[in-house]
Design a protein around this ligand. Structure first.
Ligand code: GLV
Ligand code: GLV
Length: 365
């Protein structure tokens, strides 16, 4: 009997849709990450024609080992994520396996978290939280910034001696900011929508973005973006994004050309007053280089939804301990509605693939 393999419960509504699909289901019996051995054993079952794969765990790699283990009837692997850096798409396609993913439905949610990290980082919220939790500074707290007045060691909480520039960071509404993106897909476009609600109306920011390659109609594309947002928007090389931006936002996909894209050289080119936000994949930003740049005051602060090595990040990871860095555990799409919509799209892809139909959202590389 043709079956769909489900590596992890994808939520009640999506599970009900799978059950109504008419296919047999082989579901991981525990609501926890399956072992790699369980995945490999089950994809070898010749009944399994489609897989709902939970991303972000470790048992989820669709690599040579996976492709060698899977039975020849397997048609589709549907990942519960928009990102597919854990999947060898070309290798899968070469074996006739389509890959489904969940674009679009999570763009607003990831853009919300990205915008939040921009604001938290500029406004020094992590330092504020650390200050109030620790009961007072144990080390110089104030970060050097052209726009703040250093008050070395002067802060005390609860006896915080208020002063006009205590805990002041840069201002998202500052005139003529430059906001730079590495990667300019669906999520980045929503981030622009969000940020323009906060930025200066009289002197709006210039938006620079680097995308993997210039398009043939690049000038027209940039003119359309500029018209849409009422400000200058244009593609730029990576170095220009680093040099000119007050805010650098990483939203590109992870692949060999973007691994370590934000490294020591990139960070050195950034303005000392600029911030960096990564809501894409950890390895695009080199953690050691970022920590060194923060400590040396080469950039003002950073906000990370993702970090190399996640989810195995120790509480004493230097970036976690660094008050100039906000680190949150890859929760860009973590709101109830969005995860339900991702579940729906994930199972819709798996069912369509099992029926031999076009996927609702197929990864094309
Ligand atoms: C989250 O990171 C995703 O790729 O969906
Ligand atoms: C990827 O860069 C996206 O924004 O969808």
């Amino acid at each position: 009997m043709p079956s769909i393999l489900v590596t992890r419960n994808v939520g009640p509504a999506a599970m009900a849709k799978l059950e109504a699909s008419g296919f047999d289901l082989i579901v991981n019996p525990v609501d926890a990450e399956p072992t790699r051995a369980w995945v490999l054993e089950n994809i070898a079952n010749p009944d399994v024609i489609s897989v709902c794969l939970m991303h972000g765990q470790g048992s989820d790699k669709v690599d040579e080992e996976f492709l060698n283990a899977c039975n020849p009837n397997l048609k589709t692997v549907s990942t519960f994520s928009v990102g597919f850096d854990h999947i060898d798409v070309k290798g899968a396609n070469a074996r006739g396996i389509k890959i489904g993913h969940t674009p679009g439905v999570l763009s607003d949610s990831v853009a919300d978290i990205t915008t939040m990290l921009v604001l938290m980082t500029m406004r020094r919220v992590q330092e504020g939280i650390d200050l109030i939790k620790s009961g007072g500074p144990t080390a110089p707290l104030l970060t050097p910034c052209a726009r703040s007045i250093p008050l070395a060691n002067a802060l005390q909480w609860p006896k915080l001696p208020w002063a006009p520039f205590v805990m002041c960071g840069p201002n998202i509404g500052h005139p003529n900011l430059t906001i730079g993106f590495l990667g300019f897909g669906r999520i980045s476009e929503v981030v622009v929508d969000r940020l323009l609600a906060f930025t200066s109306k009289t002197a709006p920011p210039t938006i620079l973005y680097n995308s993997s390659r210039a398009r043939d109609n690049q000038a027209q594309l940039d003119a359309d973006f500029s018209k849409r947002w009422g400000t200058t928007v244009r593609r730029a090389e990576v170095d220009e994004v680093a040099e000119k931006s007050d805010v650098v936002i990483v939203l590109c996909s992870l692949n060999p050309s973007t691994t370590d894209l934000v490294n020591a050289a990139f960070l050195k080119k950034m303005k000392k007053s600029a911030i960096l936000v990564n809501a894409a994949r950890g390895p695009i930003v080199n953690s050691e280089d970022l920590n060194a740049a923060l400590d040396a005051g080469e950039i003002y602060g950073a906000g990370l939804d993702v970090i190399t090595g996640e989810p195995h990040v120790a509480p004493d990871h230097p970036l976690v301990l660094n008050s100039r860095c906000v680190v949150i555990p890859h929760m860009g799409s973590a709101d109830m509605d969005t995860r339900a919509a991702m579940g729906d799209l994930c199972v819709s892809n798996a069912i369509a693939g099992a029926k031999g139909e076009a996927l609702v959202a197929e990864v094309k590389v």
